[in-house]
Ligand binder design. Structure first.
Ligand code: UDP
Ligand code: MG
Length: 313
């Protein structure tokens, strides 16, 4: 009997866990030909998520869980899960039921047909603001511009991965992770299925924009590489302002404003080059920051507790 692990990264998902468990339980009734494991990754939740998972695991022998020592973010939480999967296939699904588990049998069917990475592509996304959709679109566009590897559009982390893809991903040990990029990088036999993304069942999205801004600001004061980014932004701003000023300097004499010899051209060059230099320094800084973070070779995550489903071994 082949085994399939369904992995659920969860950060403060207490309000949805009950419903999620019901849906997974229903799913299990339709996929009887496989040994299922539900692997919860508790990503340092501050609500009842962990105790609820423990309660569920107590009653349901198919449930495993990893409790991370703090909140590491979804990317790292997924990496932790991927390191612990022993099944023939892995399905990654959000805890908030935005990804309908009912799609999984379909994924399994395609997997059995020989596909290694069956990913769900969103046809629609209800319950999300136009701003979120817009920024997400922009993000994909930018990502694709930056890499030769083809990136799957409108695709999240909801997918089924064959064991060999899981093993491939396990070798990607970078600490600043982007799962979408990694899924694309590894290649293998990919297949898309379309679905309508549901709104969150309960609880709140963890990616609010104020939170992102807050994170950026607190990052500056701590020992992150964020100050380097300030250089880029500063450079960009100075370049822009300089550009506007240059235009002013150039057209000024046309209106009869007296200027000293060479003053305008001098200012123009100084300001523009200053901006470009700061910008370039910032860009270099971004990369040095990444090198700095990777050379520390810190563990990606720390596990406080790992509970393995009775039923899986
Ligand atoms: N998540 C996580 N760690 C985090 C943030 C989110 O494990 O630091 C999980 C979260 O519990 C959910 C999934 O990642 O299962 C997607 O998060 P969310 O629904 O907030 O993102 P969105 O769907 O709004 O993009
Ligand atoms: Mg969500």
């Amino acid at each position: 009997m082949k085994s399939i692990t369904i992995m659920i990264p969860a950060y403060n998902e207490a309000p949805v866990l009950d419903k999620l468990h019901d849906r997974l339980d229903n799913l299990a009734k339709t996929v009887t030909d496989y040994k299922l494991e539900f692997l919860f990754i508790n990503d340092g939740s501050t609500d009842d998520t962990l105790s609820l998972i423990k309660q569920m695991a107590h009653k349901d022998r198919r449930i495993s869980y990893i409790n991370l020592s703090r909140n590491f973010g979804k990317e790292i939480a997924m990496a932790a899960g991927i390191d612990h999967v022993t099944s023939d296939a892995l399905v990654i699904i959000d805890a908030d039921l935005q990804d309908p588990p009912e799609l999984i049998p379909n994924m399994i069917k395609l997997w059995e047909e020989g596909y290694d990475d069956v990913y769900a592509k969103r046809q629609s996304r209800d319950g999300e603001t136009w701003f979120k959709k817009f920024t997400s679109k922009l993000y994909y566009l930018l990502l694709q511009k930056l890499t030769r590897v083809s990136i799957q559009k409108d695709t999240g982390d909801f997918r089924l991965l064959d064991k060999r893809v899981v093993e491939a991903i396990r070798q990607f040990r970078e600490s600043q992770r982007n799962a979408k990029a990694i899924f694309s990088q590894v290649g293998f036999n990919k297949k898309e299925i379309l679905y309508d993304r549901d709104p969150r069942v309960a609880g709140e999205t963890k990616w609010s924009y104020p939170k992102l801004v807050d994170l950026a600001i607190s990052g500056i004061t701590s020992f992150t590489t964020a100050p380097l980014r300030i250089a880029s932004v500063l450079g960009m701003t100075v370049s822009l302002v300089a550009f506007v000023y240059i235009i002013y300097l150039v057209i000024r004499p046309l209106f009869g404003v007296p200027t000293g010899d060479g003053y305008s051209s001098l200012m123009a060059v100084i300001l523009f080059l200053g901006g470009v230099q700061l910008l370039s320094l910032g860009v270099i800084g971004e990369y040095i920051g990444r090198i700095f973070n990777e050379t520390k070779q810190r563990p990606l995550y720390l596990i406080e507790e790992y509970h393995q489903a009775k039923h899986s071994k």
